[in-house]
Design a binder for this molecule. Structure first.
Ligand SMILES: [Zn+2]
Length: 141
């Protein structure tokens, strides 16, 4: 697993490879993004960055994140509310459980589920290339 600084540098390299100039503002966005571990949406990244640079615009955040997504550096999720949320693409595969009351996103992984999915796909004559599994739940009262 990469450190925050390593992630921020890797994001920077992606922007440079894409021919983008890494401005102070973009560097700030990349740092905030590298620090995030809660599947934030673009607005959350904007608010966290805005605290450090009030001249920042939301569209700069959107553009930066779109580019990183296109380059495979971050992964986009559209959970039930339809809002795009992002996480680092360099993590171990995992699935998500979304708390429908708080919106909290909980990560989990299960060897058993992975095996079962591979088995089902094989029975249907397929190799799995990728999958997404989202559970929506309410905390037991
Ligand atoms: Zn995740």
């Amino acid at each position: 697993m990469k450190t925050v600084a390593e992630r921020a540098r890797a994001f920077e390299a992606e922007l440079k490879d894409a021919g983008l100039r890494v401005t102070q503002q973009r560097r700030l966005i990349l740092k905030v993004l590298a620090e995030a571990s809660d599947h934030p949406d673009a607005k959350a990244i904007f608010h966290r960055s805005f605290e450090h640079d009030p001249t920042l615009s939301l569209s700069t955040v959107y553009r930066t994140m779109k580019l990183l997504e296109e380059r495979g550096a971050i992964e986009r999720h559209a959970f039930d509310d339809g809002v795009s949320r992002y996480e680092h693409a360099d993590q171990q595969h995992h699935d998500h459980l979304i708390d429908i009351e708080t919106g909290q996103v909980i990560e989990f992984s299960s060897e058993e589920i992975e095996r079962l999915q591979a088995k089902i796909a094989a029975e249907l004559g397929y190799d799995i290339v990728r999958h997404r599994l989202e559970l929506y739940g309410r905390r037991k009262g």
